[in-house]
Ligand binder design. Structure first.
Ligand code: BYC
Length: 328
């Protein structure tokens, strides 16, 4: 089983009897829907859980730039290239808001990046798959950013103020990303038979990894119960995954494509779709660092960081000079 790398000190959800008076007051504020702000008292385990989730989220944003970067020079038109570049720049911005939100919890950005580069910190499994055709740009925007919206809209209402506020702008931008992805898929599906086949191939390869983005099943999710008590998470992994399926199937039908799941069928009683079993062995394998692109993604990130050392040094030297001039 994949390791839980951050020890928050909590093996299970704590009942009111196990809580100190401070913790009880903290939980009462959360239950009343009051936001927790950086200078407020918080349990150490709450702080650590937030640092874990927000930093993993930030890492996902910046590693998430890499699969799409592959297609900037190959975009079919100038307009598509400009849109793709804008999207990739947005992801860098999301990373910045999220690292800033994590820093309000008393961790440094250098330490967080150090954990990413050493392989200690996770980032989303989805970014360890290759982008083989232009249709993958459509599938990522539509399915990956689409899933991100479903996961992140509830985070706009999460209990930690800086995280919830960062999510508002992120979600607006993700919505543009999802639309541009669907627009690419529509253009391909209205094109030649070969172009439609490219779209189908991309759907076949991204469908299951997109469903894995929501994390392990509720029965296997070690962090969910506590995170839901603290309103860091508002809905379970399985609930959000189900929403993604229910929302996306009509979009697939509109494109005239086929869902790569023979077990998918509408369940009249539930008013939702039933779908096939996810390949959890594949998910765990990717989390252990053995997906098709894990090593390449990490090596590219490290190189980008090392290549930027001169620029960070120059910024510090400039700031020192200005401070010295001001002091003089
Ligand atoms: N990939 O107990 P669980 C984006 C880990 S950015 C890798 O359910 P939790 C985008 C999990 O961390 C997408 N690891 O955990 C960017 C935990 O391990 P640790 C990222 C995963 O935290 C650019 C263990 O499995 N979105 O969309 O309650 C371009 C057990 O899981 C994954 C966010 O980060 C995974 N898919 O729930 C385009 C959103 N799933 O840490 C798009 C914020 C689970 O104990 N994060 N793990 O060692 C969340 O909502 C939650 O952290 C998760 C997991 C639902 C992801």
């Amino acid at each position: 089983m994949y390791a839980q790398l951050v020890e928050t000190g909590l093996a299970k959800v704590r009942s009111a009897d196990d809580m100190s008076p401070e913790e009880q007051a903290f939980q009462a504020r959360i239950d009343a829907g009051v936001k927790i702000e950086p200078k407020d008292w918080m349990p150490e385990a709450y702080r650590k859980t937030l640092v874990r989730q927000i930093s993993q989220h930030a890492h996902s944003e910046i590693v998430g730039q890499l699969p799409e970067a592959n297609w900037v020079t190959r975009a079919p038109t100038l307009e598509r290239k400009a849109i793709l570049l804008a999207k990739i720049q947005d992801e860098a911005g999301h990373g910045l808001y999220l690292y800033s939100a994590a820093e309000t919890l008393g961790v440094s950005r250098d330490a967080l990046l150090g954990d990413l580069h050493s392989g200690k910190a996770k980032y989303s499994s989805i970014f360890n798959y290759p982008t083989l055709s232009w249709a993958d740009m459509g599938a990522i925007g539509w399915l990956v950013d689409g899933s991100a919206i479903i996961n992140q809209i509830p985070l706009c209402r999460c209990s930690y103020g800086p995280y919830s506020r960062a999510m508002v702008r992120v979600c607006k931008e993700e919505s543009f990303h999802a639309r541009q992805g669907y627009d690419i898929m529509l253009a391909l599906c209205r094109g030649t038979p070969e172009q439609k086949q490219m779209a189908q191939d991309a759907l076949n390869r991204w469908w299951w990894p997109a469903l894995m983005m929501f994390g392990p099943s509720d029965a296997e999710s070690v962090n969910s119960a506590q995170s839901m008590q603290w309103r860091i998470k508002l809905f379970s992994n399985d609930e959000l995954r189900q929403r993604m399926v229910d929302q996306t199937i009509p979009q697939i039908e509109y494109l005239g494509l086929t869902v790569p799941d023979p077990d998918l069928k509408w369940n009249e009683e539930r008013g939702r779709y039933d779908f096939g079993e996810i390949n959890w062995d594949e998910f765990h394998n990717v989390l252990r660092g053995n997906g098709p692109c894990n090593r390449e993604r990490l090596a590219t990130r490290k190189k980008a960081y090392d290549d930027g050392a001169w620029f960070r040094d120059a910024l510090v030297a400039h700031a020192d000079k200005r401070a010295a001039r001001k002091a003089a």
